[in-house]
Design a protein around this ligand. Structure first.
Ligand code: UD1
Ligand code: CA
Length: 457
């Protein structure tokens, strides 16, 4: 069944109290609209039409390259009016059209697939839920046989109708040709002087078109975002669901309520994650990896049995098997650490390869360096890799010992097994196997006196 998807995204979102259009606010690191777009894509939609209005430029720019078509709706005269703008962009060759909302981000592929199947090219299928508190949602009105007769908006509803607890999520699937015809016939003869998309239900019933209903697997799927409080609530529901999936696959989370994934986290077996960690982009944790509290790890791969101590920050890094990183370490893009590497507190590594067993345990910087196996890189030492115009490489051979507080002025090469004395500024490289020291010799001045202030008179 070929499918059009319409995503409504013209609303202002006044209650967000933000200059950012509502659908561009982020959930799990991606805009609300991006989540809905991903569902449309997963469904294999042949055409996606996004209705834009408030902040249209920014909203449309956020979907550049997605292939979506944009229908501008100015002013916003209701959901029916929004659909009227979308109709000319629908592909009539796609027999079914699914309507989603840019501010209802957690709608699942499975639920929407069921709804599209229920529409089946001949019926108007509605996604509804039963709520203990139906609030101000549109009510689903059924006849005594249980067939849907209409949707009545809260503001137009009678006391009896307001007692109905089955509500309209707004999400529906309909045959494209019928939907286009019904939408053209809408009027704004109601309490809000709006064009109600929901009025198509009564039109379908009048024509004898079936109106089946389907329900989401979880209520969170149909919840919209109208305020920062609701956004945070949906974020937690989303994160809790992700945490559960991981725990069901065997990952040990210290506390699923203090865990955030903004992207894809793939875990091997016996992975442990302490509280307060944030995983962004694509992160892989191999078997037995342990992540300490409050780490931020983005687009990185952590090897088997590696231990990441608390408060470590990583972006585009690779950590070898059984390595130990942190606490308070920073691995930047291109940090590629071999097995059993140790990186300690306040050590920054960027665009550098460290071979097996190399150690930089305290207060150091390694940038644009190639570091051999078993190197010991002393506290306070740095690679001076930038001359103000160009970056240069530092090559450190196997088994080198760099003392504390050294400055390695790149480009240079330090031969295997060399020792660099503490406090050295190395500018010309150092031969293998030898001790190289580059600092002023210590001297004592005999009988030297400190200056004294003249006595006050
Ligand atoms: C609508 C339904 C109501 C349902 C509720 C679910 C109608 C008439 N009513 O309520 O039955 O229970 O959704 O949340 O459809 N939008 C536009 N252009 C507009 C108006 C709205 O793009 O002119 C978009 C909004 O950005 C939002 C969505 O449509 O994403 C829903 O709009 P909103 O005003 O929240 O819903 P209601 O019309 O009150
Ligand atoms: Ca409204």
């Amino acid at each position: 069944m070929a499918l059009n998807v319409v995503i409504m995204a013209a609303g202002k979102g006044t209650r967000m109290k933000s200059a950012i259009p509502k659908v561009l606010h982020r959930l799990a690191g991606l805009s609300l609209l991006h989540h809905v777009m991903a569902t449309a894509t997963a469904l294999g939609a042949a055409r996606v039409v996004v209705v834009t209005g408030h902040g249209a430029e920014a909203v449309e720019a956020s979907l550049a390259g997605s292939g979506a078509a944009f229908a501008r709706q100015e002013p916003q005269l209701g959901t029916g009016h929004a659909m009227q703008q979308a109709v000319p962009f629908l592909d009539a060759a796609n027999d079914t059209t699914l309507i989603l909302y840019g501010d209802v981000p957690l709608i699942s592929e499975a639920t929407t697939k069921e709804l599209v199947q229920a529409s089946g090219g001949r019926a108007l299928a509605l996604l509804t839920v039963h709520l203990d508190d139906p609030a101000r949602y549109g009510r689903i009105v059924r006849d005594d046989k249980g067939n849907v007769r209409a949707i009545v908006e809260y503001k137009d509803a009678s006391e009896a109708e307001r007692r109905i607890r089955e509500i309209n999520s707004g999400i529906l699937a309909a045959p494209t040709a019928m939907l286009s015809r019904w939408v053209k016939a809408l009027n704004n003869d109601n309490a809000q002087r709006e064009y109600y998309l929901t009025d198509i239900v009564a039109m379908a019933v009048a024509e004898g078109v079936p109106v089946p209903t389907r329900h989401p697997a979880s209520e969170a799927e149909v919840l919209g975002v109208n305020s920062p409080v609701e956004l945070a609530d949906l974020e937690r529901r989303y994160q809790l669901a992700r945490a559960r999936e991981l725990m069901e696959a065997g990952v040990r989370l210290a506390d699923p309520a203090r865990f955030d994934v903004r992207g894809t986290l793939s875990c091997g077996s016996d992975v442990e994650i302490d509280v307060g960690c944030v995983f962004e982009g694509d992160v892989t944790l191999a078997d037995g990896a342990r992540i300490g509290a409050h780490c931020v790890i983005r687009d990185s791969r952590i090897g088997e049995g590696a231990l990441i101590q608390p408060f470590t920050h990583m972006f585009q890094a690779t950590v070898g098997a059984r390595a130990e990183i942190g606490p308070f370490a920073r691995l930047r893009p291109g940090a590629d650490l071999g097995p059993e590497v140790h990186i300690g507190n306040f050590v920054e590594v960027k665009n550098s390869t460290l071979a097996a067993g190399a150690k930089a345990n305290h207060l150091a910087y390694l940038g644009d360096a190639t570091v051999g196996a078993r190197v010991n890189y002393g506290a306070g030492s740095i690679t001076a890799n930038y001359d103000g115009a160009h970056k240069h490489r530092t090559v450190i051979g196997d088994d080198v010992h760099i003392g504390s507080n050294c400055v390695l002025v790149a480009p240079l090469t330090i031969g295997a097994g060399a020792t660099i004395g503490g406090g050295s500024t190395i500018t010309k490289g150092a031969p293998a196997g030898e001790l190289t020291v580059a600092r002023a010799r210590q001297a004592t001045v005999p009988g030297w006196q400190r200056p004294k202030k003249a006595p006050k008179r």
